[in-house]
Unconditional design. Structure first.
Length: 250
């Protein structure tokens, strides 16, 4: 299947910047700019820019009774806050309060991943999350941060969770736990990447074989559902890892 026409990459090429699939695949010839302005990077920058612009517009004129984009942001952030609070310890029964520590990260994950997922449904655009480099980067943030939380709240006792509850089983439990954590990296990144790349491929194939209009419509509707579900799964699993890292083993 031929690569789709990516408008932002074409615009950058007009300014002499090597951007696009061809330049990325021949980065050894075109240099570091071909990697910095690879398609998944360009559209990732674009998503970040859109989110920043929407945030600035929403916070520019604050009203006591919100309306318009301010109302959108207040509702969205409140729902994400409530969802975060429901899925991590928040200071009840002597447990640590993780909400202030993970809420900003969860907001970033939710908005960035959702906008990236949906961007692939726009003609001339591609989903940055349909690239394994992007999903692996997001996954590594989750992995590193939940280990940090575990060490912060449990100290060196955190490493005991890798040894299991029975001392004489520790030589068996340690490799199993290590492989379990490595498996989290693979599953969290590949799941998001795989679902998004399959949606991109199906749209491209149907567009070439059956026309530009009504044939891809069912896949586009399915793409909306996949985009939302995969965002929810990534965020929910991240919250589960954060919560599990600070829980005392029994």
């Amino acid at each position: 299947m031929e690569h789709p026409i990516l408008f932002l990459c074409l615009i950058l090429q007009k300014f002499g910047i090597p951007s696009g699939h061809f330049y990325y695949e021949h980065a050894d010839k075109y240099g570091i700019l071909a990697q910095v302005f690879a398609p998944h990077m360009v559209y990732s920058y674009f998503v970040c820019l859109v989110l920043i612009i929407l945030a600035v517009i929403g916070a520019r004129k604050k009203e006591f009774i919100p309306k318009g984009i301010q109302n959108f942001w207040e509702y969205t952030l409140e729902e994400i806050y409530n969802f975060t609070k429901e899925n991590v310890p928040h200071g009840e029964h002597g447990r640590p309060n993780l909400v202030p520590l993970v809420y900003p990260l969860i907001v970033m994950f939710t908005l960035y991943i959702l906008f990236c997922n949906l961007l692939g449904l726009v003609p001339g655009c591609t989903s940055p999350t349909a690239n394994l480099n992007v999903t692996l980067g997001l996954t590594l943030i989750t992995i590193v941060y939940y280990h940090f939380l575990g060490l912060r709240f449990q100290g060196l006792r955190y490493f005991k969770t890798f040894l299991g509850p029975i001392p004489w089983l520790a030589p068996l439990m340690l490799p199993a736990e290590i492989f379990s954590h490595i498996g989290r990296i693979i599953s969290l990144s590949v799941r998001l990447f795989g679902n998004l790349i399959s949606k991109e491929l199906l749209l491209g194939i149907l567009t070439m074989l059956a026309g530009k209009f009504f044939a891809p419509l069912p896949i586009m509707l399915l793409g909306l559902l996949v985009s939302a579900i995969q965002t929810l799964i990534f965020v929910l699993l991240s919250l589960a890892y954060f919560a599990g890292a600070v829980e005392e083993g029994h």
